[in-house]
Design a binder for this molecule. Sequence first.
Ligand SMILES: [Zn+2]
Length: 98
Amino acid sequence: MILPHCSMCNYQFKWKELLFMMGMKRCPKCGETQYVTAKKRRQAAWCGPVIVTLMFVLQTLFSLTMQSLVVVGLVLIIVGVTVSPFMYEFTEKEEPLF
Ligand SMILES: [Zn+2]
């Protein structure tokens, strides 16, 4: 897995710089604002429904209790946040979603 680069100066962002990013990020090297590409934002929009479906399937298969379902949900969120910096792709222009 590789971390995304600045689309202007090719600066490679650090994992912790992108951890709680919301759609855009200022490049620490050239100062240019970087936006997540529409393609990646559309992919990210699928994560919620996929996680909910996955939890529903797990609950049906293993008849999990509410408490263990909450734990599974938390683990999925933590994994998602940890992995998310690797999923980004940047562009210097804000792209419309549709
Ligand atoms: Zn830059």
